[in-house]
Design a protein around this ligand. Sequence first.
Ligand code: ARG
Length: 423
Amino acid sequence: MNRNNIKNYLFTLLATLSTVALTNEAILVPDNILDVRSGKLIQAQIHIKDGLIKSIAKKIDSKADIEVINLKGITLVPGLMDAHVHLIGNNELNGYQSMSESSQMATLYGVKNAKSTLMAGFTTVRNVGAGEFADVALRDAIKRGIVEGPTMLVSGPTLSISGGHGDNNLMPYTSDIKTKKHNIVDSPWEGRKAVRLNRKYGANLIKFTATGGVMSKNTDVNARQFTYEEMQAMIDEAHSHGMKVAAHAHGLEGIRTAIKAGVDSVEHSSYIDEATVKLAIENGTYLSMDIYVSDYILGEGAKKGILEESLAKERVVGKLQRQNFKIAHSLGALMVFGTDAGIYDHGDNANQFKYMVKWGMSPLEAIQAATINTTDLFGLTNTGEIKENFAADIIGVKGNPLKDISILEDVVFVMKSGKVVKN
Ligand code: ARG
């Protein structure tokens, strides 16, 4: 071998070694894998390749060039999903303080929030409401690998009636009355137009507010917002583009009208009654009930600048929502894990699991709500389970979450799309 040959040889060797490191292959060796459909713990290893779960077996042949990741004492669970987050913005700003935050600054906070969410084991989230399509930018930056975060499904700006829960207007003649934004909708045709624009600018789904809210000034949680015709038009338009629709609704009439109009999920569902739970079941409508956030709002809200008006509404809504969560679950409602993280710190999403168990779910049902049920509601396939050919979105916890659901609050291993982001 002459000098040149040696040089070439070394070059090829180095090139080969670096491709090995980049093949995106790994073998996970945990104590257990949770099968979220059956609730069985399985003792097996997982072969990850090109972002997918290639195979699951008692023992995977470890070719010398594949990285083996030892996860002793760890149970692997599918990456968690949250159906209701607000990643955009500094969540320390409460009341109407966030109106002084620029969209650019809110987006930068979104980068931080996305990372905290992913590190807490949430590999997919639905972002339901963000101004100026900042959520679209964040989703795409994550997709391109520019910043770290969960897979995001985003709604763009929330659609609301004039003066409704999603109309961030404080005084007459200060904002939307003069410069009417496209997300303020007051007729079926304005609804269709707003859906068309949200879709055009990158939204995956549509969110509208079907009742007043807790956090908005001078709205009544029991008042329906939008007529049936308006809801039906927005939902029909969204569905015709293959988009799902989420309706914020606390009060019964708004919940019922949204379900009848064909909405895919009712967010909050606080005042739902038995007959309406049954209506939701008949229509295949998911309920996303954020039953942790109330303790945060009532515990921390006053210190954090949440308006007394909002605290007063929360004192009523929070209690009822939990009781109705229990009723909905006992009647067999379709339920997803949705938290409203953004009111409290991103990354604390998993705090809600123990509330879901306290209010009637088994630990397995609570985990299913954040994996297979969210997958169904989001319209996704081949994710939400640790199964061959499924996305390699996998998290690890110490011990058995079916025995103690709160261990999901302490996720020690996170793999997203086959890449380890936390170990
Ligand atoms: N974004 C919701 C609203 O303003 C938060 C409701 C929180 N309270 C609750 N009990 N889930 O209406």
